[in-house]
Design a protein around this ligand. Structure first.
Ligand code: COA
Ligand code: MG
Length: 294
C-alpha cells in the first residue's frame, strides 16, 4: 500500500515566508498551491517559487502541487514547469469526474516520457466534489482505471458556490446536509476504489479543540487523513490519524486469537465475540499503523 498521508498542509506558492519553514512542519505531505491562494497576477511568480522549492528543499514531507484546473490557461505552464521536477503528486482542483483524472494522467505521462522520468510514479489526488457535476460522478471513480489515483478528497466551498448556496453551514456551524452527504459519498467512493480517503480542511485554524474533535471523528469513520491550512494543525492531525497504542494492542490480540485457532470463524477476545470483520479491521489498523511509522 502507498504511504498513508495523514496531514496534507496547503502552502501558498507565492509566499516566501510560508515556504521557508514548510518542510519542517511535520506534515506527511505539503500541497504547494498554485490555484486559489495565488492571485492571477502572481501566478508566474508562484510557479517559479514552487519550482525553486521542488529543486532545493530537503524535507521528509512529500511535496505535492495543487495546479490550476484543467480548463484554465495556466494549466500547461503549471505542468510543464512542475512535472520535470518530479513532485510526489499533483492535486487536481475542480475535476468534473474521473475522466478528468484520465486526461491529467495522459498529460503527465507525456511529460514524464519527454523528461526521462520513470513512468507512472507521479500520483494524483483530486478534490473530487467541487462542482455539482463532480458529485454526480463520484460513483464512476471505482469503475475507472486510474493507476495514479492515490486518494480522494472533497471540498465544500467551491461546491456551495457552484450550487448557488448562501452558506454550507447549518445554524450550529456544522456542514449542512448536502455537504455531510457529499463527505460520506467521497469516503465510500474512495474505499470502493481502494484509495486513501482524505477529509476536507477545518477552516477555524485557531480552534485546536474543534479540530481534534473533527479529526478524531473522521478517523473513526474511516478517513485516513485530512487537509490542513496552518502549521498548528499538522501535529493534531497526525496524532488523530495514527492508531492509538490501545487500538494497536487490541488489533494484535485479535490477530493472535485467530492465528492460535486457525479453524475458528469466531473467537473471544477480552470477553467479546470477535469474527471475520473484526479480523479485517484489525489487519487494517496494523497496516495503517505500520504505514505511519518513520
Ligand atoms: N504553510 C506554511 N507556513 C504557514 C502557513 C502555511 N499554510 N500558514 C502560516 N504559516 C506560518 C507563518 O508564515 C508564520 O511563520 P513564522 O513562524 O515564520 O512567523 C507561522 O506559520 C504562524 O502563522 P500565523 O501568523 O498564525 O498565520 P497567518 O495569519 O500568517 O496566516 C493564513 C493565516 C490562513 C493566511 C495562512 O495560514 C495560510 O495562508 N494558509 C493556507 C491558505 C491556503 O493555502 N489556502 C488554499 C487552500 S484552501
Ligand atoms: Mg477552492
Amino acid at each position: 500500500m502507498s504511504k498513508v498521508l495523514r496531514s496534507l498542509l496547503f502552502v501558498p506558492a507565492d509566499s516566501e515566508k510560508k515556504l521557508a519553514k514548510a518542510g519542517m512542519r511535520g506534515a506527511d505531505a505539503l500541497l504547494i498551491d498554485l490555484e486559489d491562494s495565488v492571485l492571477p497576477a502572481r501566478k508566474d511568480v508562484g510557479r517559479a517559487m514552487c519550482a525553486d522549492f521542488l529543486k532545493t528543499n530537503n524535507t521528509n514531507s512529500q511535496i505535492w502541487v495543487r495546479i490550476n484546473p484543467l480548463d484554465t490557461a495556466y494549466l500547461e505552464d503549471d505542468l510543464e514547469t512542475i512535472i520535470p521536477l518530479n513532485p510526489a503528486g499533483i492535486m487536481l482542483p475542480k475535476p468534473d469526474g474521473p475522466v478528468d483524472i484520465e486526461t491529467l494522467g495522459l498529460k503527465i505521462e507525456k511529460l514524464e516520457r519527454q523528461h526521462g522520468l520513470p513512468a507512472g510514479k507521479i500520483k494524483i489526488l483530486p478534490v473530487a466534489t467541487e462542482t455539482a457535476r463532480a458529485v454526480m460522478s463520484l460513483s464512476l471513480y471505482p469503475r475507472t482505471y486510474l493507476p495514479r489515483l492515490l486518494g480522494m478528497t472533497w471540498g465544500a466551498e467551491d461546491l456551495a458556490t457552484d450550487v448557488g448556496a448562501l452558506t454550507n453551514k447549518d445554524k450550529n456551524g456544522d456542514f449542512s446536509f448536502t455537504y455531510q452527504m457529499v463527505r460520506s459519498q467521497t469516503l465510500l467512493a474512495a474505499k470502493t476504489a481502494g484509495v486513501q480517503a482524505i477529509d476536507t480542511l477545518y477552516d477555524n485554524f485557531r480552534d485546536k479543540d474543534g479540530l481534534r474533535k473533527r479529526a478524531k471523528a473522521a478517523f473513526a469513520e474511516g478517513f485516513t487523513g485530512m487537509l490542513a491550512i496552518h502549521p498548528a494543525q499538522v501535529e493534531i492531525i497526525n496524532q488523530c490519524f495514527t492508531p492509538t497504542e490501545a487500538q494497536v494492542r487490541h488489533a494484535q490480540a485479535v490477530i493472535k486469537a485467530f492465528a492460535d485457532d486457525p479453524s475458528a470463524g469466531v473467537v473471544a477476545v477480552n470477553g467479546k465475540m470477535t469474527d471475520i470483520p473484526h479480523l479485517k479491521q484489525a489487519q487494517n489498523i496494523l497496516a495503517l499503523f505500520e504505514s505511519t511509522q518513520p
